[in-house]
Design a protein around this ligand. Structure first.
Ligand code: C2O
Ligand code: CU
Ligand code: CU
Length: 510
């Protein structure tokens, strides 16, 4: 990553390598239960389930030998309770802000939306990957303060996929998510049920969040040496929590399991592998199942992305298997001895993912991902297409039309780009002559376009725009008209201008 500015007054930090590994079992987030029934906003005669989700402060143990850590999150756990939804069955969720009025992580008042005259503690919830009306999408400026609450409507008119909910408050979203405001939102459907993939206790979520932890067990969010401008361009922690635990273990039986992996980290990319044991069978991406399982020894996961996979421990009875990020160990699977019943299957064909032909697009937008380093020693800023958040909306796709977005990444970072509301497909990535682009504003490619790898051929909502390349995606803007956002999912970038509104507009009447 680019030049990291020095950090001011770092406290004494916990060294995860000094802790005994694999002493805590992997926790599973609880499943949310509906609080009751309420009339549907789309049909007041119909009663639909309503969930109540308090957002508040609690303490939780991240490791047996570490004092309990303060979190701000949903329910009483980090990650929060999992919402289990079914495709086509709408629900309501009341998100209640019961937080204190002072933030415990360092706010940068120079950032858009976090100015000194704004309340310190604000929240608004977004379900990442959900196709929802704009009023329920968690627009960053729709935040509310402690004591406030909002009921959002989720129609769930979409295919089975692992979505996730998290905070989206303007200018402090990186701090709120770091504090613990995240959880899973699963959509299931009949088609997926019919595949007989491992389910119930054999389907396990793995939610990855890296944190810096102080020696006293508390979260640490560093600040730059310029105390009046504390923002840092990236947050990385050496304590990698899985479902909120550091170095957990999971006892498994010698059979197939399905793992649903989410990278909910602020800025860390993961390169997952097993030190020993079976190969990954990659069965799904952000927005659902792949066409067929893809075997892999290593998986890359950028912030916001999800991977669905099957691991078959059948031939590994009695073994201990390590899950690593690069060469760092994160978790241990303990496979029981003997034999286990396994009536689940891993079909060779999963779900059709028809490729959207390029000819379906009525428009191509060329959008740069820039990084501005001010000569004056000001902190760097990342921008989308050279524009800041508050500039007028420039992307106005028409409802039910398809567009190609060319994400021209002229920075030296990978930026995971996420669009709200829609699912899309990766067309290709093509290396760019960055110098020519930056200094002469000329477009020239230095190589051929690389088609997606088989595991990137599924439906996506977050895509790695690799440095020095044009990443092309094809998107159909379906569902609703109205205002949404697109942004980089490195939360430090997002909070500092790497987010833009876009608006789906109704077709012109003829
Ligand atoms: Cu995870 Cu704006 O989203
Ligand atoms: Cu989203
Ligand atoms: Cu970025």
């Amino acid at each position: 990553m680019a030049h990291l500015p020095p950090v001011a007054n770092a406290p004494k930090l916990l060294n995860p390598n000094k802790l005994p590994p694999f002493v805590d079992p992997l926790p599973l987030p609880p499943v949310a239960k509906a609080a009751g029934l309420k009339p549907s906003p789309s049909n007041p005669k119909k009663q639909i389930p309503c969930y109540r989700m308090p957002i508040h402060e609690f303490f939780a143990k991240i490791h047996r030998d570490v004092p309990a850590t303060r979190f701000w999150g949903y329910g009483d756990s980090m990650p929060g309770p999992t919402i289990e939804a079914r495709s086509g069955e709408e629900i309501l969720v009341e998100w209640q802000n019961n937080l204190p009025v002072k933030h415990f992580l360092p706010i940068d008042h120079n950032l858009m939306g976090a100015e000194k005259d704004q309340p310190e503690v604000r929240t608004v919830v977004h379900v990442h990957g959900a196709k929802v009306p704009p009023a329920s999408d968690g627009y960053p400026e729709d935040w509310y303060v402690p004591g406030g609450s909002k009921v959002y409507h989720y129609p769930n008119q979409q295919d089975a996929a692992l979505l996730w909910y998290h905070d989206h408050a303007m200018g402090i979203n990186r701090l709120n998510i770091c504090a613990g405001m995240l959880g899973l939102y699963t959509i299931r459907d009949l088609f997926e049920d019919g595949l007989n993939l491992p389910k119930g206790e054999f389907e396990i979520p793995l939610i990855l969040t890296d944190r810096l932890i102080r020696a006293d067990g508390q979260l640490y969010y560093p600040v730059s040496q310029r105390l009046e401008a504390p923002w840092l361009p990236e947050y990385f922690g050496d304590a990698i929590l899985i479902n909120g635990k550091l170095l957990p273990y999971l006892e498994v039986q010698p059979r197939k399991y399905r793992f649903r992996v989410l990278n909910a980290s602020n800025g860390r990319f993961y390169f997952l592998s097993l030190a020993n044991g079976p190969a990954f069978q990659h069965i799904g991406s952000d927005q659902g199942l792949l066409a067929s399982p893809q075997k892999a020894r290593q998986l890359t996961l950028s912030p916001g992305e999800r991977i669905d996979l099957v691991l078959d421990f059948t031939d590994h009875a009695g073994e201990e298997i390590l899950l690593n990020n690069q060469s760092v160990q994160m978790m241990q699977f303990r496979v029981a001895k003997g034999k286990a019943e396994d009536s689940s299957s891993l079909p060779a064909r999963l779900r059709d993912v028809p490729r959207t032909p390029e000819s379906a697009a009525i428009r191509t937008r060329r959008l740069t991902l820039d990084q501005v380093d001010y000569l004056t020693g000001e902190p760097e800023v990342h921008l989308l297409d050279g524009k800041r958040w508050h500039e007028p909306i420039s992307e106005k796709p028409v409802l039910d039309t398809t567009e190609i977005w060319e994400l021209m990444n002229v920075t030296d970072d990978s930026h995971p780009i996420h669009l709200h509301l829609v699912r899309f497909q990766l067309l290709d990535r093509r290396p760019l002559n960055v110098g020519l682009h930056l200094y002469e504003n000329k477009l020239s490619y230095t190589g051929d376009a690389a088609p997606p790898e088989p595991h990137e051929m599924g439906w996506k909502d977050t895509i790695r725009a690799t440095p020095g390349a044009c990443t092309r995606i094809i998107v159909k803007f379906e569902g609703y008209t109205g205002r949404y956002v697109w942004h980089c999912h490195i939360l430090e970038h997002e909070d500092n201008e790497m987010m833009r509104p876009y608006e789906v507009v109704a077709p012109a009447k003829t």
